[in-house]
Design a protein around this ligand. Structure first.
Ligand code: ATP
Ligand code: MG
Ligand code: MG
Ligand code: MG
Length: 339
């Protein structure tokens, strides 16, 4: 008997378009003899689009305005065996949709409220991972009110970290709103941009040298497994939005050519982070490897990583012998198992 899946895509975050790309791949990969899939695209305004508009959004890569405001479409989703919320960023990857589905009693792919919310927020992630003894760059939190009331205090915490540094909205992805700040003269522009996207902003010291960027996929619930380690290489100064989504700007190397001990450590740390953050189903854990010093620093955890057929997460498991469609089917199984 076929499993009925509700696939949620799009969403209100700056990663709306990326989500639609991921969703198209997932849709194409769910074997029609095993799954009966209903896609629903959520517009940037938060409206849940009816079937024809959803189809249009998937084909055009952007959602039309209008649509359905009725969130309880999800709550009335009896008739679905599971939901695949292939949503990236706030209002999708951050525990909000997960809370709605939990209330509605519908199993879903990926982390629950706690794991999603904590992993989405870069500051909360760093605090939890620090308490688990995982090495990371130095950082400071700034909230919007501080930036408007006491900008000099925010500038002082940047100066304390030293330059260059990174300024990021605490809750986002795809490098949206992230700036590399080379000196104090670039700081205000970076903070203004980040605060236009989030109440909470993280300032991060840059690694001591330009890092190598390595990523690990984790798959499972309470007995998760780690994929091989992958590496991203690119010419840009950092892994920004254009580099991530423009064909040919970055190359993926799987397995990453790393000293044996380093790869093992990265995988072990990724599993430890997955458990510490109470993740479930899947996560992609991103690291900086500083070759000059041998440091392995955990950068962040993505609970709904990019999921096109050419994205890092599915590629990592493909290298481990799990095809894209087998991986998607496995994720649905893990969602049902967690019930
Ligand atoms: P994703 O699309 O993976 O969710 P994101 O938007 O959450 O990404 P980060 O991974 O935190 O953003 O940062 C984006 C990129 O910026 C990194 O891949 C890296 O190239 C660069 N970067 C971020 N922080 C640092 C740092 N502290 N030191 C050096 N480089 C950094
Ligand atoms: Mg991220
Ligand atoms: Mg992300
Ligand atoms: Mg990242």
């Amino acid at each position: 008997v076929k499993k009925r899946i509700l696939l949620l895509a799009g969403g209100q975050s700056g990663e709306h378009e990326v989500s639609l790309m991921s969703a198209r791949s997932v849709l194409a990969a769910l074997p029609p003899d095993q799954f009966d899939v209903t896609p629903v695209v959520i517009s940037k305004e938060g409206r849940w689009l009816p079937p024809t508009q959803t189809q249009h959004a998937l084909e055009q890569g952007v959602a039309p305005s209008g649509g359905d405001l009725v969130l309880h479409r999800a709550a009335s989703a009896e008739g679905y065996d599971a939901v695949f919320p292939i949503l990236h960023g706030p209002m999708g990857e951050d525990g909000t949709v997960q809370g709605l589905l939990t209330l509605a009693g519908i199993p879903f792919v990926g982390s629950g409220v706690l794991g999603s919310a904590v992993s989405m927020d870069k500051v909360m992630t760093k605090q939890v991972l620090a308490s688990a003894g995982i090495a990371q760059v130095a950082w400071r939190l700034a909230v919007r009110r501080e930036w408007t009331d006491r900008p000099e205090a925010v500038r002082a915490s940047a100066d304390a970290l030293g330059y260059p540094l990174f300024v990021k909205p605490a809750n986002l992805g795809s490098s949206v709103g992230i700036s590399k700040v080379h000196g104090p003269d670039e700081l205000d522009t970076a903070l203004t941009l980040a605060f236009s996207l989030d109440r909470r902003v993280i300032l991060e010291a840059m690694t001591t040298h330009r890092p190598r960027e390595v990523e690990v996929g984790i798959l499972g619930n309470d007995a998760p497994i780690a994929s091989p380690v992958g590496e991203l290489r690119f010419g840009a100064e950092f892994y920004d939005y254009e580099t991530k989504y423009t064909e040919g700007r970055a190359t993926m190397h799987i397995p990453a050519p790393l000293p044996e001990g380093v790869a093992a450590r990265v995988r072990e740390l990724a599993l430890r982070a997955f458990r510490a953050l109470d993740c479930a189903g899947l996560a992609r854990v991103d690291f900086f490897y500083v070759e000059e010093t041998g440091e392995v620093l955990l950068n962040e955890v993505n609970t709904m990583p990019g999921f096109t057929t050419t994205s890092m997460y599915p590629k990592l498991f493909e290298a481990a012998g799990l095809s894209y469609s087998a991986l998607v089917a496995r994720l649905v199984e893990l969602a049902l198992e967690r019930r």
